[in-house]
Design a protein around this ligand. Structure first.
Ligand code: PLP
Length: 413
């Protein structure tokens, strides 16, 4: 029998079980059998407290509890409610909005934005460009709509952003395609925790401006899913104004998500926000993206759109939310620091890390090592080029303990 019974494969490789889901279930079983303190479950990409409970922002929860049925039961317009469209631009750009024509379209999380950008700014059969270390669902999202992912090496040997590789690969793709979608996930990249510096950003803008001389259409998708978990909100938004330097045939699109930033993972809310050189290009963005939304999930859920609108209409509430998030961000940053310091102490190599939910350890045969670590009651996610540790889901104490355990597993014959 083939891989499918009644379903059509359409060229896709669909595993029997989601890998991360399988590892998480084994981690949960180990915790049930041996106790929480004896197991390290570094698989979960949500922010958990030191006891393994989901972190929820109380100020957000308070708004949620005060909602009326009309706030969540009614359809939202396809592109989102008007107050959300305005608030989400402030949430994404903060004090660093670039110059340009902006439109925001509501989407179900950052995932929806990724899907709509790929479907509207690349052609069937095209390759979209991202780095070798990347969030695996980019492949699934592209594959579901008949595109695929091409990659460049994110880091030089010295561990800095590999602008040369980025330039070479984007030129190669633009030589054979009429348009190009480029996905950059920063700050606090998943899975490495790397954040592009201002210097890296200047190079990206320079390279894309050069490529754009071909006259072809380029969409620069900036996936900022983790933007409020890297460090100071202002500092990590300083790159946005650089986008204004891009020429007319490069549209920047920010994929913003409320999943992490407002701890509203299950509410499925985000937005795609364009920065365009002309009003016509921004209008076109809104028209094509709303059309795609209609043909995929239709309206996005209204509930979190209302929550964000309320928070941004009440300065005191906004202050409380930002303050609460900053507290959890500090907890997360301390965990990342504990892990990287302990890694340096025991000589465990990690991929260049700045901040965020994840740290990655490069290795050959990640599946072998992650299975070996499971025997030690350590559950991590094997990726193509290494093992991912979700510091978002383990305490600072466990973050400190983990590097020597990983090092021993990698060194054992
Ligand atoms: N981009 C990256 C890199 C992510 O890690 C995630 C979630 O894990 C997302 C985008 C989108 O998440 P959501 O659709 O929940 O907003």
């Amino acid at each position: 029998m083939g891989e499918f019974i009644l379903a059509r494969g359409n060229g896709r490789k669909i595993p029997q079980e989601d890998k991360i889901f399988g590892i998480s279930s084994r981690a949960k079983a180990a915790i049930a059998e041996k106790g929480f303190d004896h197991v390290i479950n570094g698989t979960i990409g949500s922010l958990l407290d030191d006891e393994g409970n989901l972190v929820v922002l109380e100020s957000v929860d308070k708004v949620y509890r005060e909602l009326k049925p009309v706030d969540y039961a009614e359809y939202a317009p396809i592109g989102g409610i008007a107050t959300f469209r305005e608030s989400v631009k402030k949430a994404a750009f903060g004090n660093h909005a670039p110059d340009g024509f902006m439109e925001a379209v509501a989407t179900p999380g950052g995932t929806g934005s990724l899907r709509n950008v790929i479907s509207n700014y690349s052609s069937a059969g095209d390759q979209v460009l991202t780095s070798d270390w990347h969030w695996a669902p980019y492949n699934t999202i592209a594959g579901e709509i008949g595109r695929s992912v091409a990659t460049y090496e994110l880091f030089t040997e010295g561990g800095t952003f590999n602008a040369e590789a980025f330039a070479a690969k984007s030129a190669e793709l633009l030589a054979k395609q009429e348009s190009l979608v480029v996905i950059i996930n920063t700050p606090a990249h998943n899975p490495t925790g790397y954040s592009l510096t201002l210097e890296d950003w200047s190079k990206v803008v320079e390279i894309l401006s050069e490529e754009a001389k071909s006259g072809k259409a380029i969409a620069l998708l900036i996936d900022v899913a983790y933007i409020d978990f890297a460090g100071d909100e202002d500092e990590y938004r300083e790159f946005f104004p650089l986008l204004s330097k891009l020429p007319e045939n490069v549209i920047s699109i920010v994929a913003y998500s409320l999943s992490k930033t407002f701890a509203l993972y299950g509410a499925r809310c985000g937005a795609m926000i364009c920065v365009a050189k002309t009003q016509e290009i921004a209008d076109e963005f809104k028209r094509v993206c709303e059309f795609s939304s209609r043909g995929s999930w239709s309206n996005s859920a209204k509930i979190a759109q209302v929550i964000l609108s309320r928070i941004y209409s009440d300065p005191e509430l906004l202050r409380m939310t930002n303050e609460e998030r900053a507290g959890y961000r500090n907890m997360l940053i301390a965990r990342g620091r504990a892990f990287s310091e302990a890694a340096a102490e025991c000589g465990l190599e990690i991929v260049p890390f700045d901040a965020g939910f994840f740290v990655s350890v490069p290795c050959d045969d990640p599946d072998k090592y992650s299975k070996r670590l499971e025997k030690e009651d350590v559950f991590l996610v094997p990726l193509a080029k290494g093992i991912r540790v979700a510091v978002s889901s383990i305490s600072e104490e466990k973050c400190r303990k983990l590097p020597p355990i990983i090092k021993a597993a990698l060194d054992a014959e």
